[in-house]
Design a protein around this ligand. Structure first.
Ligand SMILES: Cc1ncc(COP(=O)(O)O)c(C=O)c1O
Length: 351
């Protein structure tokens, strides 16, 4: 395995550090092989599997100047029978292709990208941790056309890489309710690019997130520009109560999370009323008086929110702990991912 020591300090402040056997922070260890393909002269090359390591890039490459890049993030799990299963790979491949289209990057071929992912998982299958750990997959696409005068011209060359990273228990040391700052002025990203998983969106959220952490000791920022609730820097936002979920309807302003989609699909089948529509900060503050709130995403699946900080005032969410409905929904999805409950949706694929 390959440890990224210099990157360790860039990782999210970890919620796993109090475990008796400390594990490396999320994203700081890479599996030892990656798949690489390149696009030139209008076509994709075959991919090759190679040891993880530095890759040459021209200093005039489009991505370094004009941020032509997107990525994906999802997981493969080790099941009780020892097999390895990847969760909703096709959905992530499609989201990556959509990101590429919206950024006017060469679009990966769905079949080839799927083969690259499966080849990497197969090559490093011995490095897939037992649950609650998993193998995190990180496809990455960037424009390599060497031209520093291409601010408004797309890159006609690109590199596509699939990295893998063993990750351990996100909640080692115990899950803690999150403290979230409600930002009702600043935007996380340009409204037409929120649905694209591109580095620039994370760069835009970084400053406001660090400032709120510093000032209000929060974990994350919930972006609600103009008072309309969107999402945090790296997760979708759901309001939850018994039999009812309210979350923002899909539009271009935020990332269409695969975990969000999975939770909504599952909850609907469990008899929940699912409301997908716009809602504002005032309605959210009203809801959390006796309701629950949670963040959804691949890394943590569903993380309970305990406190919202809005304009310097603290609002306790329900009892201030992780809500019981949140815990039940999380357990139900994790059980499917880990092979402890039947997958009647066809979301898991044996590698
Ligand atoms: C901005 C943003 N929103 C939402 C999500 C959740 O998406 P998913 O459930 O597909 O992991 C992520 C993380 O992956 C993200 O970075």
């Amino acid at each position: 395995m390959h440890t990224l020591e210099s990157d360790a300090q860039l990782a999210e402040p970890t919620r796993m550090s109090t475990s008796t056997t400390p594990r490396p922070a999320f994203g700081t260890v890479l599996a030892d092989h990656m798949a690489v393909a390149s696009f030139a002269n209008g076509r994709w090359s075959n991919f090759d599997l190679r040891p993880v390591g530095p890759i040459e890039i021209h200093p005039a490459a489009h991505v370094l100047h004009y941020a032509s890049t997107c990525f994906e993030g999802f997981k493969a799990y080790r099941w009780p029978d020892g097999s390895v299963r990847v969760f909703r790979m096709d959905k992530h491949v499609e989201r990556m292709r959509q990101s590429a289209r919206l950024l006017v990057l060469p679009e990966p071929d769905a079949k080839q990208l799927g083969e690259m992912i499966l080849a990497v998982i197969d090559r490093v299958r011995g490095q897939v941790p037992e649950p609650p750990g998993a193998l995190y997959l990180r496809p990455l696409l960037y424009g390599t056309m060497p031209n520093i005068g291409a601010a408004s011209a797309p890159s006609n060359e690109a590199t596509l890489i699939v990295l893998a990273s063993p990750v351990w228990d996100y909640f080692a040391g115990g899950a803690k309710p999150l403290r979230i700052y409600v930002e009702d002025q600043k935007h996380r990203t340009a409204d037409h690019l929120g649905m694209v998983k591109t580095g620039g969106n994370y760069a835009a959220a970084m400053g406001p997130t660090l400032a709120a952490r510093d000032q209000f000791k929060v974990d994350q920022v919930l972006f609600c520009p103009g008072g309309s609730v969107q999402e945090t820097g790296a997760a979708n936002f759901l309001l939850i109560r018994e039999g009812h979920i309210l979350t923002r309807s899909l539009d271009s302003t935020f990332l269409h999370g695969v975990t969000r989609d999975s939770l909504l699909t599952m909850a609907r089948d469990m008899g929940f009323q699912i409301e997908e529509r716009l809602f504002d900060v005032q309605e959210m503050l009203q809801w959390v008086r006796d309701g629950e709130a949670a963040l959804s995403g691949t890394a943590a699946v569903l993380a309970g929110v305990g406190t919202l900080v809005h304009r310097g005032q603290e609002h306790r969410v329900g009892s201030g702990g992780i809500g019981p409905v949140t815990q039940r929904l999380r357990s139900a999805l994790v059980a499917i991912q880990n092979g402890e409950a039947p997958d009647r949706y066809g979301w898991t694929r044996k590698v």
